[in-house]
Design a protein. Sequence first.
Length: 226
Amino acid sequence: MGQDVYKLPSDIERESMRIIGEELEQLGVTLEPETEAVVKRVIHTTADFDYAESLRFTNGAVERAAEAFRAGAVVVTDTNMAKSGVSKAALSKLGGEVHCFMADPDVAQAAKARATTRAVACMEKAAKEYPSAVLAVGNAPTALLKICELIENGLRPALVVGVPVGFVNVVESKRRVFEVCRRYDVPCIAAMGRKGGSNVAAAICNAILYTALDAVDPAKRQERLK
């Protein structure tokens, strides 16, 4: 039994990725080299192979976002759960940081004054303070719709991650943000359909961070993050 028991995190991750690759092959799914690390990490996070089909990428989104991370890009999320899931060690190595403004008093005030959601006010604050940030949305469709409006008015984030989960405005907001990002040449990764979540948003960010660090392999990552 000893050979089949994986105790170290790096060994567990490596074996998980091997299983994911094997099952994708059995399903007849071939991933693009540029997007492979992102798709596999999302599947690893969710155990849901539907993401191999539902994740969509604008041209060059992963490499362009990796370049932004290498230049110290900031991440802004729409939930503290997503913020918690983004690798602080990887961001720190690249000179970046992660923020969530949802609980900020000024965001709550702005949302109340304008009768809108905190997610909308959060993205407005992000646009003012970090106009070149990676905007990672795993919960609020209203945040994605606000991002669309901001992009149409000149905002150019380093990447938009559009993966909210749910039933109301979710499918439509993802389609719209992907179309708007493609039209204005803004890198975008979106999970089409109802599935998504804060864990998926964080997984996408981490996959690109590890790509930027040349640390997709967990053993190499341990060395890079020392």
